[in-house]
Design a protein around this ligand. Structure first.
Ligand code: ZN
Length: 563
């Protein structure tokens, strides 16, 4: 999803996100220094406990009836799973006030017990490794209504400008179990999924993958059967039901012809036909930098939604008002962000980083948002043909970084890192590009990541190690610093006579990241600072002539004369 731009309350403590020029109040600072307190429910949701770790979902068969008249839903999900270790108790998740009506194992009714949003199903006998079974959960109720989607999440019951009903879901933070029963953990993706949504006729529902059938039912409803043939993250599954227009284009991409389907509200079709041409330039740029679009078989779709936008896999949702920038603003403050539509670019970048390469734990969501924000700079570079323009964009978003806490969150409790994961994540990647110092090699690193880890849920360490080894640079302390601490490295220097001295401060032990700097009059080169003072001969003379390449996200301080 896109970065938040307002203070908000979320999870077990107050999370503050960066807004350019925002000064934290005393109360705000106290709140963010509070140690988060996690509950039993956080652990049930965020970890692979003993009732989750012995089975893997291979297929979800989700069938939901959506009733705008009373804001209710009902349906069932057939959960097919492969037994990897002997087990008997199965943890599933469905958030109140939704109600589980029955749980069946191949025709046999099973008992279950609730534990908050989780429910535990006791199977008739211990199941054998290698076996495949299907548990079907029937449920109904009035799901949580999203207050400020996509960030808090749930259902949105709306009407479009012509008064037609318009219904959508967004649930990345709160979890897919806010509207359908599943194994609600980011490490779990089925190999494929059906999403059959029944809505009152003549509403049209757009979900993930391809439309396999449309059925006009006798009770005045229609069922839209969508099918995603690739592994899909559960938060990507979505309902988008309304009065939609539709057209399709074929894009000749790296893996052949790719269908690009566009679903704006009928009332906005003209605006969409103008604004959404950016999806093609997006596809060209991101296939160049990240490799083939990851889901050719399921296609690419852009679907209008009544909230800002979300990276729903193969059905990216859009609510940016058919204008450039982020709701008409440039998050970088440089003007570069007004040349393109933030939501088309950012949310589509997530098809590579979030949907193709998915973090196995919410704690490492920087891998989604850092890369997606970084992709905005690359898109600026593609659009302008200027590497400097892209760099300017990424440098510009630094003003939004708060360094309140690390961009890595806490594992096992569904707790993402700081909102800095967007802007700081992007700037860390931009800094690493400087270290790799070879644009083609850097591009191959980004493409290689998608090849190596595509269609998988991964750990941060896998991605970090791959970037270091394929980029040919030592990044252990670089990732440690930028991902797992809120400190910004500070280069201290002094010039005395013809000697330039320099060292790192505010760094993790062993931090020795090289930087490009002005070493002498008219000469830029590499410095290799450590935590100890080092020195080099220089003719810079005046302190003012020394500078570090601004593409490195570091601080620089003139330490003045030594005592
Ligand atoms: Zn995002």
């Amino acid at each position: 999803m896109g970065p938040r731009t307002l203070r908000h309350r979320a999870g077990p403590l107050i999370v503050l996100t960066a807004v350019a020029g925002l000064t934290l109040s005393g109360a705000g600072l106290a709140a963010q220094q509070r140690t988060p307190v996690f509950t039993h429910a956080d652990t049930l949701r965020g970890s692979l406990g003993p009732a989750r770790d012995w089975w893997d979902v291979t297929f979800y068969d989700l069938n939901v009836r959506v009733s705008p008249a009373d804001s209710s839903i009902s349906g069932w999900n057939g959960i097919t799973y492969l037994v990897s270790r002997p087990g008997r108790e199965l943890q599933l998740d469905l958030q109140p006030p939704l109600v589980v009506d029955s749980v069946m194992l191949e025709g046999r009714a099973l008992a279950w017990r609730h534990d908050g949003s989780a429910f535990f199903v006791m199977l008739p006998a211990e199941q054998r490794p290698g076996a495949t079974h299907t548990v079907t959960v029937h449920y109904h109720g009035t799901p949580v209504v999203a207050v400020r989607p996509p960030w808090d999440g749930g259902f949105t019951w709306q009407r479009d400008a012509r008064g037609a009903p318009w219904v959508s879901t967004a649930n990345q933070g709160i979890g897919a179990s806010v509207w359908w029963p599943n194994k609600d953990h980011p490490s779990e993706e089925p190999d494929s999924q059906r999403v059959a949504v029944t809505v009152p006729t003549p509403m049209v529902n757009v979900s993930n993958g391809r439309l396999r059938s449309t059925t006009l039912n006798e009770d005045g409803t229609s069922t839209f059967e969508w099918f995603a043939t690739s592994p899909i993250n559960n938060y990507g599954i979505s309902v988008n039901a309304g009065s939609y227009a539709h057209w399709q284009e074929i894009y000749e991409g790296e893996d052949g012809p790719l269908t690009m389907d566009f679903w704006p509200l009928a009332v906005n079709e003209q605006a969409a036909r103008r604004q959404w041409t950016q999806a093609r330039t997006m596809m060209r740029c991101f296939e160049h930098w990240f490799g083939p679009y990851p889901f050719y078989a399921d296609g690419y779709k852009l679907v209008e939604a009544p909230y800002l936008g979300m990276e729903h896999q193969t059905a990216v949702t859009y609510g940016n008002g058919y204008r450039n920038g982020y709701l008409g603003r440039d998050l970088s403050g440089t003007g570069q962000g007004l040349a393109w539509d933030y939501i088309i670019i950012h949310e589509s970048a997530h098809e590579w980083f979030a949907n193709n390469i998915t973090s196995a734990d919410d704690a490492a969501m920087w891998m989604h948002e850092g890369f997606a924000m970084y992709a905005e700079g690359l898109y600026t570079e593609c659009l302008t043909g200027s590497k400097e323009a892209g760099a300017e964009y990424v440098r510009g978003v630094r003003a939004r970084i708060s360094n309140d806490r690390p961009i890595q969150g806490i594992y096992g409790v569904s707790y993402p890192g700081s909102g800095d994961m967007y802007d700081k994540g992007a700037n860390m990647l931009h800094t690493i590009r400087q270290l790799v110092d070879d644009d083609e090699r850097w591009r191959q690193v980004l493409r290689g990541l998608n090849r190596e880890f595509g269609w998988q849920t991964v750990r941060s360490a896998q991605v970090e190690e791959y970037i270091a080894s394929e980029g040919g640079v030592d990044l252990d302390e670089v990732f440690e610093q930028y991902v797992r601490t809120p400190m910004v490295p500070r280069l201290e220097y002094r010039i005395e006579g013809s000697t330039l001295s320099y060292r790192w401060t505010d760094v993790v032990p062993g931090f020795a990241m090289p930087v490009r700097a002005t070493l002498a009059q008219g000469r830029v080169g590499w410095l290799r600072p450590t935590e100890q003072w080092r020195s080099v001969e220089t003719d810079l003379g005046s302190d003012g002539d020394f500078s570090v390449d601004p593409n490195f996200y570091v601080r620089v301080r003139n330490a003045g004369p030594a005592d």
